[in-house]
Design a protein around this ligand. Structure first.
Ligand code: V47
Length: 364
């Protein structure tokens, strides 16, 4: 088996992987540039199985995008709209509660709630949204507000990020999702999302959350105008931050969907690039417990294959995801329990239903 890795020119990396030695950025580049996808995947799978065995996780979750009104208007985003735009919307607290109420009969354990950077919703709205959800579904874990939104809420509340997070936690916040990270490179941020909280700011919010005991996720939006070096610098920044505070649960590479964005002329990512982003992340992010193949972005079929290329998690049932759909995503709106379990079993893995913090709820 090892000879096929040698033939792909990855023998030195294989030795490092076997000995659990951290890979350099140069080695990351070699992996991205290696034409032998199976060799890269084999290496990633070694790490995946060392960390998570044969388990493949999924969660029963619900997405609520409370508003798409946004002052940042990032060029890669088809979801965010200016206030007054025909497609702009914002949910009242009653509407958010209604969304939760409508699905009370389903065994949902997590509510994932994010929105844009709204120009005038008051701080109290966000607190009330959390309290409102908890009032209806007290046991649910609320994973809400990206680091970018958290910084905005701190600015609104006139308090530090730490004090704001503590208040949100008290109102029901359980953890932070990984959105808003995009690509940390100042060049890419300048060209795609100049108004957004910068990479250092994003990392600072995440690390402040970790220090308060809140777990967070991390993402990278790939497949637009970023270079391989910029992808690797992004991964390295996450790896260094994780060394310091250790609160990242999972990393999710997000495949860029160009439709209805200012980059509509670009092509969609390919299957090979999607799998490479999963595999290289699994190999570079040696201190991240989990790598998620988010089926909404790469499609259920490729997400299933990704379980052999470094991913150990398929996210969940989701339902009503709007961000990818508005940018041309064609995956189904929701996957049922039984579909996820079947996908995982057919990939030769053990389906494990988890909660947000990766506690095992059921094995199938
Ligand atoms: O921050 C925006 C990305 C993110 C596009 O933490 C786009 O478990 C592709 O972060 N094409 C929000 N992506 C979604 C997100 C997420 C999703 C699922 C699970 C978790 C988690 C996090 O979506 C944004 C941005 O990076 N995005 N526009 C687009 N056109």
């Amino acid at each position: 088996m090892d000879s096929f890795i040698q033939q792909a020119g990855l023998g030195a990396i294989l030795d490092k992987v076997k000995n659990e030695v951290r890979l350099s950025l140069e080695e990351g580049k070699q992996l991205y540039n290696c034409p032998d996808l199976l060799a890269v995947g084999y290496l990633a799978n070694l790490v995946r199985e060392r960390k998570n065995g044969n388990q493949a996780f999924f969660i029963y979750n619900q997405h609520i995008n409370y508003s798409n009104i946004c002052t940042n208007l990032c060029k890669f985003c088809a979801f965010g709209k200016e206030k007054g735009h025909a497609l702009a919307y914002e949910m009242s607290i009653a509407q958010i509660k209604d969304k939760v109420q409508q699905r009370l009969d389903e065994p949902i354990t997590e509510i994932h709630m994010v929105g844009g950077i709204h120009p005038d919703l008051p701080y109290s709205y966000y607190i009330e949204a959390l309290r409102g959800i908890k009032a209806i579904r007290p046991a649910v874990h609320i994973q809400a507000f990206t680091c970018v939104e958290i910084q905005h809420l701190a600015d609104l509340s006139g308090q530090s990020v730490a004090a704001t997070l503590a208040e949100l936690q008290e109102a029901g916040l359980g953890s932070l999702p990984g959105g808003g990270a995009e690509v940390f490179s100042p060049r890419i941020r300048q060209l795609t999302c100049p108004k957004k909280l910068d990479g250092a700011g994003w990392l600072q919010v995440a690390q402040t959350a970790h220090r308060l005991g809140l777990k967070t996720n991390a993402t990278m939006l790939y497949g637009h105008i970023e270079t391989i070096d910029e992808r690797l610098e992004h991964l390295d920044a996450l790896r260094q931050a994780q060394d310091e505070t250790g609160g990242f649960l999972t990393y999710i590479p997000l495949a860029f969907h160009p439709k209805n964005t200012e980059f509509a002329g670009l092509s969609r990512t390919t299957g090979v690039d999607d799998l490479k982003n999963i595999a290289v992340a699994r190999l570079m992010l040696d201190n991240f417990p989990h790598i998620k193949a988010y089926w909404v972005m790469i499609g259920p079929k490729l997400a299933q294959v990704a379980l052999s290329f470094g991913a150990d998690d398929l996210d969940g049932t989701v339902k009503e995801e709007i961000i990818t759909r508005m940018a041309g995503g064609e995956s189904e709106q929701a996957l049922g329990h039984t579909t996820l379990i079947r996908m995982i079993k057919e990939a030769g893995r053990e389906p494990v239903e988890r909660d947000t913090l990766y506690n095992v709820l059921a094995r199938f």
